[in-house]
Design a protein around this ligand. Structure first.
Ligand SMILES: Nc1ncnc2c1ncn2[C@@H]1O[C@H](COP(=O)(O)OP(=O)(O)OP(=O)(O)O)[C@@H](O)[C@H]1O
Ligand SMILES: [Mg+2]
Length: 624
């Protein structure tokens, strides 16, 4: 690290700390007050010890007896100082702890809040792992120096106090102090500068080691079935070895510097004794003063380390803060409009795409962004079902994201009941639309909470109605605690098809006027899939049917649609009824037939999880 940049880091680190102080001024004041009290008591203790030696011990030795009064006074003074020191430590630790953890909590909230505000386009460019470390370790790293900061500030005050008291005592002893304190300070600075890159490396390796472990656990299925255990062990072993070396190099540096930091004040004490003896002989100082100063040098050494701790954490803090700020300063929230779609009686909505072009933003700004969709125009009329069919990568999920306004078109418009979706309020969009995504997501919560998502107006009756529509009521009723069963990562595990039906029920519970199903029933038995879709088109409870845009593959599903839109390479290649397309579009016929064959083969080898109890062990995650 060049000295220019490290000075830069100190400057920027101090500015980050300044921000922390501005955010929590009162707690910081408490912590610093405690720390200053402690520092002053350290100085005071040196002078009291000096006084005890000079005024009580020396006369007592000379006389051969101790005066009780003097002894009691000395004991009382030392006790008083100890109590004040304890109060100081308490205030400092409490304040520093409060400040550090409050800042962490505040910024974690701000960062995660920001994630929710930022558009999907931003999330497409940022890996999940990065987002996690932004909210966790980066926020923590940014506020690491807060813990020793009040101690360091108090120590600075203490050092100034010590030098002043030295000058008041004797100029020659003060000169010794002026030589030793800055040397101690400088040694700390050198130490922390050398330590910072080593610790940064160790920190990075720690993250890598846990990253590899995490990946191996996540991919346990692949690792085991592909016989990759040995390679995974080697990969992990290599990084773990690097981490060991990095930590040993940290230890070595400690081994060199720690003794030096211990020795320097002792050398100072030695110098004080030599200079002090001369000054004593000259009659310039008393025994009391000499002992006080010698003692002062020994007790000052430890607190000075706090300054080193702060300096050592600054590079990490700056790096963490930079990453946190990148999130907080990120722009591009989706602006919402003012229009509210609120028909008097709930009726299916009409969705229309007009000449929509779209491309994902490249991961890095300098890379060219390619167009994923072009000239996409189609309509889902009110109450109708439109199937979106196309080979993998054709852009079906992208069309689904545009339909529910997760992303906006580059050019062209998406309208709901004739209104550009960009002009609608967020609430109006949420109440009109529901997307069941290609990859079902289940929260680590109860079945009920997974379906209601705390939305108002969804009671148990509505939940069961939605479950029935999604053909999920059977397996939910068979769960040990019904709607109260915990599902997700730490609860009951659901099969692929059960997850899909749960997420479908979640979408249905909000009674959307337009439902977008992105391959949302692929892991469900084909007969069940057809039944679900038929139920949505004509709800048995007499409720209004929703308009449906469904990404589908199965002939039986597609055949239910009023119209089929066939997409290839981001373009609408053909549209019409299933029968028309089969007859006129060779690519379409090939795709549907190929899928059907694959499905039949799989059908023979796999068991669907149709309403089986969870304990049967028959559930198979069917990945399309
Ligand atoms: N987040 C993303 N960032 C960049 N490119 C993407 C992203 N998601 C999809 N794409 C690209 O956009 C194109 C269309 O993808 P999309 O997911 O819409 O296809 P799909 O038709 O849903 O495919 P599948 O049938 O496999 O689900 C693909 O070429 C894909 O590589
Ligand atoms: Mg898709």
């Amino acid at each position: 690290m060049a000295s220019g940049t490290s000075r830069d880091v100190v400057g920027r680190g101090l500015r980050v700390l300044g921000r922390a102080i501005r955010e929590q001024p009162r707690i910081f004041a408490v912590a610093v007050t405690g720390s200053v009290l402690f520092g002053l008591m350290v100085i005071a203790s040196a002078y009291v010890v000096g006084a005890v030696v000079g005024k009580v011990v020396v006369p007592a030795v000379a006389r051969g007896s101790v005066t009780d009064g003097a002894l009691a006074l000395a004991a009382a003074a030392l006790l008083g100082i100890s109590v004040l020191r304890v109060v100081g430590i308490f205030g400092r630790r409490l304040g520093a702890g409060y400040m550090q953890y409050r800042l962490q909590a505040t910024y974690r909230r701000r960062v995660t809040r920001r994630y929710l505000d930022l558009p999907l386009a931003w999330h497409h460019r940022n890996a999940t792992g990065t987002l996690l470390s932004n909210a966790n370790s980066d926020v923590e790293a940014a506020w690491y120096p807060i813990a020793p900061l009040p101690f360091a500030v108090g120590t600075l005050v203490m050092l100034v106090g010590a030098v002043v008291s030295l000058f008041l005592t004797d100029w020659a002893l003060a000169l010794v102090g002026l030589a030793v304190f800055p040397a101690l300070f400088a040694l700390n600075v050198v130490y922390s500068r050398r330590m910072a890159p080593r610790q940064a490396r160790a920190q990075r390796l720690r993250a890598e080691v846990s990253g590899i472990a995490h990946e191996s656990f996540d991919g346990a299925l692949v690792v085991k079935t592909m016989g990759r255990e040995a390679q995974e062990t080697t990969r992990f072993g290599a990084r773990a070895g690097d981490l060991r070396d990095a930590l040993i190099s940290v230890g070595k540096l400690r081994g060199v510097f720690d003794p030096m930091l211990e020795t320097l004040p002792s050398l100072g004490t030695l110098a004080v004794l030599v200079v002090g003896a001369i000054r004593l002989r000259q009659g310039a100082i008393s025994v009391t003063e000499l002992v006080s100063v010698a003692f002062l040098f020994t007790v000052l050494a430890f607190p000075v380390r706090a300054i080193g701790w702060v300096l050592a954490e600054l590079p990490r803090s700056v790096a963490g803060w930079d990453r946190v700020r990148r999130v907080l300063d990120a722009t591009g929230e989706m602006p919402y409009g003012e229009v509210v779609l609120d028909p008097a009686t709930p009726a299916p909505a009409t969705l229309a795409f007009h000449d929509v072009h779209f491309g994902y933003e490249p991961a890095e700004a300098h890379l060219p962004g390619t167009e994923v969709l072009g000239e996409v125009t189609f309509t889902v009329p009110a109450g109708k079902t439109v199937a979106l069919v196309g080979p993998t990568g054709a852009g079906k999920s992208t069309i689904a994201s545009l339909a529910v306004r997760l992303v906006d078109p580059r050019t062209g418009t998406v309208t709901l009941d004739g209104v550009d979706v960009r002009e609608l309020t967020a609430a109006s969009l949420a109440s009109t639309l529901a997307l069941v995504a290609q990859v079902p997501f289940v929260f680590d919560d109860t079945v009920r909470a997974n379906i209601t998502l705390d939305r108002p107006g969804i009671g148990d009756e509505e939940v069961w109605a939605a479950l029935r529509l999604a053909e999920a009521d059977g397996f939910v009723a068979a769960l040990p605690e019904g709607l109260d069963t915990m599902v997700g990562e730490r609860g009951t595990s659901l099969s692929g098809g059960q997850r899909q039906r749960l997420t479908l029920a979640r979408a249905l519970a909000g009674r959307p006027r337009l439902l977008v199903l992105d391959d949302a029933t692929s892991a469900v038995d084909p007969r069940v899939e057809a039944a679900i879709l038929a139920g949505l088109r004509a709800p048995a409870d007499g409720g209004a049917p929703a308009s449906i845009l469904v990404v589908a593959y199965r002939r039986a599903t597609i055949a239910l649609a009023d119209e089929v839109i066939y997409v290839e390479h981001g373009r609408v290649v053909a549209r019409g009824t299933h029968t028309d397309l089969l007859a006129t579009v060779p690519g379409y016929a090939d795709l549907v037939t190929a899928y059907e064959q694959a499905e039949q083969e799989r059908e023979q080898t796999r068991t669907y999880d149709e309403v089986t109890p969870l304990t049967s062990g028959l559930e198979v995650e069917v990945d399309r």
